[in-house]
Design a protein around this ligand. Structure first.
Ligand SMILES: Nc1ncnc2c1ncn2[C@@H]1O[C@H](COP(=O)(O)OP(=O)(O)OP(=O)(O)O)[C@@H](O)[C@H]1O
Ligand SMILES: Nc1ncnc2c1ncn2[C@@H]1O[C@H](COP(=O)(O)OP(=O)(O)OP(=O)(O)O)[C@@H](O)[C@H]1O
Ligand SMILES: [Mg+2]
Ligand SMILES: [Mg+2]
Lengths: 256, 256
């Protein structure tokens, strides 16, 4: 049974979805069976993998709020070996509806339990908030991957995210670990990038992935074709960096 | 009594905070009295204006949840004419605590009422979610300014945001109008930028600001010095574009 990895950071626009899609695709290209769970009502992960979010029969919403098994919700993607639990806009209601549900924080963990064994790895794309959907993802996860832009505001939110991870670990999920920080949209040419990167590496030391993701417009273009970067432009720097990240992930045991 | 403008988009990282800080500063530089309200628990707007978010005595949380008047919460910034209602991390609790409060959606409107007259304009920096804090901001606002990146995922979320604005208008705030869409982090050199910009202009026509904000690293550097771009680097393209935006805002009545 492979790990469940939550891709989380409450800071918006740091590359959570881009990482879920492209790390997922790179792992599937290495012949792993991968499940991506889209836990964001924006459903960017769903559409980035070529699925029409307005035509999805059932979504994560049905699993969390209507007790439907994931079995009947999981969809294929264009990539062999990569499946998805899609999101739809009903999910934005779940954040409030979940408030009154008993054991609301462990719904996703319970829904995942019957299907986990069929996959080598599960990636959960979280919304840009420390809300009940992110909480469900952290309780269901074994590890957390934190994408971070090399910019000032990115540094600000980390303390709160780490606090949340510690709280989840203490209250609901003792095995939860920080898998690592992934530096995204890096532009080596700017001083800001260098300064913030140094600060992040000083703070997190060996918990920062060696692989960094460069700013690469091909990564931003690929979702408009509903494709991961590997099928959209395999020769791009974006594709190269996510393949390297997949290799790094597979080669190390624990970063801790 | 000047307008209250909510700066909102549930898509993360599109430049909401950067716009609140720098449009606010540009309007204050034009001798207007400006109030910025930080409605995001990340408190990026608070720290981007040089205020230590961990040392804030009282925040928007105290106004919403503890009935404290804004009078005693508003802080000065380093800029003459620009004041702020700061955020702090307690605000992340408010999203859940507000669920059970009667008339929870109009708390901010009621707290703003006694102080609005002292300002020519109020800008509200919203979090990247359609949650109760964003709802409060939309109910309190006269107009909504929607920053959008010129990228594919940015297009995806617009329909939902417009639906939310219409719902707020129908249920709680009949005067709420879309002030305009602001294109941010524009990189004229890429095809993606041109294609998405055309699509946005086709869809929104005259409701897109003529001023666009270019990608400019000085805008990302300024917050690490706790300064708006005008005091950090007045000669930068970032400063120029926000001054132009302030002029455009002051010169037009309604975009509708
Ligand atoms: N390395 C990169 N280079 C260039 N563009 C990128 C890169 N990574 C992501 N993008 C683009 O930047 C934007 C933000 O990325 P993405 O949507 O993946 O972030 P997110 O953290 O999932 O956002 P949200 O907080 O809204 O969920 C998207 O338009 C995406 O296409
Ligand atoms: N025009 C620009 N050029 C370059 N960098 C920018 C520009 N506008 C914003 N940034 C940087 O991009 C990142 C995202 O911007 P910002 O934090 O303002 O977005 P936001 O919509 O407020 O994000 P969130 O959804 O997390 O609240 C920040 O690091 C900011 O400094
Ligand atoms: Mg996302
Ligand atoms: Mg912000």
């Amino acid at each position: 049974m492979g790990p469940v990895i939550a891709i989380a950071n409450q800071k918006g626009g740091v590359g959570k979805t881009t990482t879920a899609i492209n790390l997922g695709a790179a792992l599937a290209a290495a012949d792993l069976k991968v499940l991506v769970v889209d836990a964001d009502a924006q459903a960017n992960c769903t559409s980035g993998l070529g699925i029409d979010k307005t035509a999805v029969p059932k979504s994560l919403y049905h699993a969390l709020m209507l007790n439907e098994p994931l079995e009947g919700i999981i969809l294929e993607t264009a990539l062999e070996g990569l499946k998805i639990v899609p999101a739809d806009k009903h999910l934005s209601g779940a954040v409030i509806e979940l408030v009154d549900v008993p054991e609301r924080e462990s719904l996703l963990r319970r829904r995942l339990a019957p299907v986990r064994d069929r996959f080598h790895i599960v990636l959960i794309d979280c919304p840009p908030a420390l809300n009940l959907l992110t909480l469900n993802s952290l309780v269901a996860a074994d590890q957390v991957l934190v994408p971070m832009q090399c910019e000032y505001f990115a540094l600000e939110g980390v303390a709160e995210l780490l606090e949340t991870i510690e709280r989840v670990k203490a209250l609901w999920n003792p095995r939860l670990e920080l898998l690592g920080v992934l530096l995204t949209m890096c532009d080596e040419r700017t001083n800001l990038n260098r300064e913030v990167t140094e600060e992040i590496r000083r703070h997190f030391r060996h918990q920062v992935f060696e692989t960094t993701i460069p700013r690469n417009v091909r990564l931003a273009e690929a979702p408009s074709f509903g494709q991961p970067i590997l099928t959209y432009d395999i020769k791009s720097k974006g594709a190269e960096s996510y393949l390297r990240l997949a290799r790094e992930l597979l080669n190390h045991d624990q970063k801790s």
